[in-house]
Design a protein around this ligand. Structure first.
Ligand code: LIP
Length: 267
């Protein structure tokens, strides 16, 4: 069986190559290819090209593994592993020229279902910042080689938090009500625009916590492993704190997690 650190190394290698392609395409100008679930939910030509590169590399190097990608869909494999890929997380930032976008690659075992899978390795690469976050299960998380640790507790000033808002306007009233519930915990709130970076920033202590409704599997697969390998907690709706998912995703250090989850889901 392939070791987690070998899968991590492959995720890192592909994320670097994919991120470099995204960065170069950005300098050449971005073309919106289509809208998806809502008019604000866009895909660029670069999203498609970068996902095709990632998929081709994985097909060449891990032909039996499954694939679940934001732009090109799912394919079951013959091994127990599935690669969960967001080629450009933060597409709207990317399209507007805001440098907060990232390639997010995770490899998971078990059914390709975020309610039950177990993440094995992850890479989140932010090409504009030159920052590579990576993790392997039970192997820790790093940023450009430096070991990561979440903030155990927010400071007395309150928690620096981040959130996001889905593309469907009908969900915005609920999202804003959630922000109102969470704000008593916060010193301030960020909306960075790339879920994988929100998780990565919790993992490295740039944020105390993050919460968002409506995430897709490829938005949280890699980032959640970064947080848990950095000593943090992730969860959502369901028994025992649940798992990150569409209904809710929360990530935080151990001293904040329960209060943030309760506020986010309205307990
Ligand atoms: C996006 C996120 C963003 C979130 C959006 C969306 P995309 O991913 O990372 O932060 O709020 O709902 O999922 O579409 O840029 O890959």
């Amino acid at each position: 069986m392939t070791q987690p650190h070998e899968l991590e190394a492959l995720a890192v290698d592909i994320a670097r190559e994919a991120g470099e392609l995204a960065r170069v395409r950005r300098t050449q100008g971005v073309a919106i290819a289509a809208t998806k679930s809502a008019i604000a939910d866009i895909v660029t030509e670069a999203d498609r090209e970068v996902e095709a590169l990632i998929r081709a590399r994985l097909r060449a190097e891990r032909p039996g593994d499954g694939f679940l990608g934001e732009e090109s869909g799912a394919e079951r494999g013959t091994t127990d592993l599935t690669w969960v890929v967001d080629p450009i997380d933060g597409t709207v930032n990317y399209a507007y020229g805001i440098p907060a976008y990232a390639v997010s690659i995770a490899v998971v075992t078990g059914e390709p279902d975020p309610e039950s899978w177990r993440a094995v390795a992850a890479a989140v690469f932010s090409p504009a910042a030159g920052e590579l976050f990576q993790a392997a299960v039970d192997g820790g998380a790093t940023l450009n080689g430096d070991r990561l640790a979440v903030n155990a507790e927010p400071t007395a000033a309150g928690a620096l938090l981040a959130t996001g808002f889905g593309y469907d306007p009908s969900t915005h009233a609920g999202d804003l009500a959630r922000v109102a519930r969470v704000m008593p915990l916060a010193r301030d709130l960020r909306r960075i625009g790339a879920a994988s970076l929100d998780f990565a920033y919790v993992a490295c202590g740039r944020l105390d916590g993050y919460f968002e409704r409506g995430l897709q599997p490829w938005d949280h697969a890699a980032g959640a492993l970064l947080v848990t390998e950095a000593g943090g907690r992730v969860g959502g709706v369901g028994s025992g704190g649940g798992r990150p998912g569409r209904a809710m995703s929360v990530a935080a250090g151990p001293g904040l997690f329960d209060a943030l989850l309760a506020a986010a889901i309205g307990d």
